[in-house]
Design a protein around this ligand. Structure first.
Ligand SMILES: Cc1cc2nc3c(=O)[nH]c(=O)nc-3n(C[C@H](O)[C@H](O)[C@H](O)COP(=O)(O)OP(=O)(O)OC[C@H]3O[C@@H](n4cnc5c(N)ncnc54)[C@H](O)[C@@H]3O)c2cc1C
Length: 287
């Protein structure tokens, strides 16, 4: 019989009030985990997938919780909750679409955008929109900061380029230029409150009806979210047509390298990729 309650392994806990304090703790306490909303971390602790010796709770650090415009970019603090991003009506439609489809209202009120990225699930819903937007991530340690394109952030399932003493502090997004169109499509096992079996983000730029730049990102079809280098390339220099949409979707499905898991087989996922890319491109063609 499954136990009805789980006793978590012992751990120490601290709740620094400033980023500086949090960075000091991250450096000093080897093996400590950052706790943001806890919606990924706590279930993993309950399932004994991880047993942190120390949690550094950043949810009370105000300097990590903001949405602002600066130097032509939208800048979002890593500990900003998904619900706050939705309420802000930030003018980046594709990110809003993904946030609105993440989990359920309770989850969105706890979950942070930084946690969604640092958890490094191939299915993370904000990852693919941020990839097509070319977002940059600010990683800080006591030694300084570095800025990494989101497409270079993920290394494998649950793994990122974050170093032991670093914290993700900010997500920087250049809003798409006028005339660009973008779409996020997600398929889960239910209509709401479901992890993506496949998700897909597409961003296209046009000049007189011709595609001048194209980005297509896929989630939950490889060890990390991916940009489909070949599929996006065939759109550039062409006008969207039903024939081109079909061809692009097939190439995207070939680029996907999914596995079988509890949410779907690899074969099913490839079919979903084709369907999701077609749906996104058709909507962009019509809209
Ligand atoms: C019921 C339910 C439904 C869900 N549905 C979805 C869904 O539809 N789509 C989806 O994408 N996800 C979903 N999730 C997963 C989860 O809610 C999201 O990934 C969420 O954004 C994680 O954010 P968090 O603040 O809770 O992260 P946490 O759980 O606090 O942290 C996650 C990981 O990131 C690390 N971390 C967090 N912030 C930082 C930082 N600033 N710097 C360095 N490391 C950091 C933590 O140490 C931990 O390893 C769901 C979860 C639940 C429980």
């Amino acid at each position: 019989m499954r136990p009805t309650s789980v006793i978590l392994a012992d751990f120490d806990y601290s709740a620094p009030k400033s980023l500086e304090e949090a960075l000091k703790e991250k450096k000093e306490r080897k093996g400590a985990y950052i706790l943001a909303g806890g919606t990924d971390l706590v279930p993993k602790m309950r399932g004994q997938v991880i047993k942190p010796v120390h949690l550094i709770d950043i949810s009370g650090i105000k300097e990590l919780d903001y949405i602002k415009e600066q130097e032509g970019e939208v800048r979002i603090g890593a500990a900003t909750k998904i619900s706050r991003i939705i309420d802000s009506k930030v003018k980046i439609g594709i990110l809003l679409e993904a946030c609105e489809k993440l989990g359920n209202p309770l989850t969105r009120n706890k979950a942070t955008i930084g946690g969604n990225l640092c958890n490094a699930s191939p299915a993370a819903d904000t990852a693919t929109p941020l990839m097509v937007l070319g977002a940059q991530l600010v990683l800080k340690s006591l030694n300084g900061e570095r800025v990494v394109p989101v497409e270079n952030f993920f290394v494998g399932p649950g793994k990122t380029v974050l170093k032991e003493d670093e914290i993700l502090t900010e997500i920087r997004i250049k809003p798409p230029e006028d005339g660009a169109k973008a779409k996020f499509v997600k398929v889960g096992l239910r209509k709401a409150d479901a992890i993506s079996v496949v998700n897909c983000a597409v961003l296209l730029k046009f000049q007189r009806g011709i595609v001048t730049d194209a980005k297509i990102a896929l989630g939950s079809v490889a060890p990390t979210p991916i940009l489909t280098k070949e599929a996006q390339k065939i759109l550039i220099g062409n006008k969207l047509s039903e024939e081109l949409v079909e061809k692009c979707a097939q190439i995207a499905a070939n680029e996907a390298k999914p596995i079988d898991d509890v949410r779907g087989s690899a074969k099913y996922r490839k079919l979903l990729v084709e369907g999701c890319v077609k749906k996104a491109l058709r909507e962009l063609m019509e809209g």
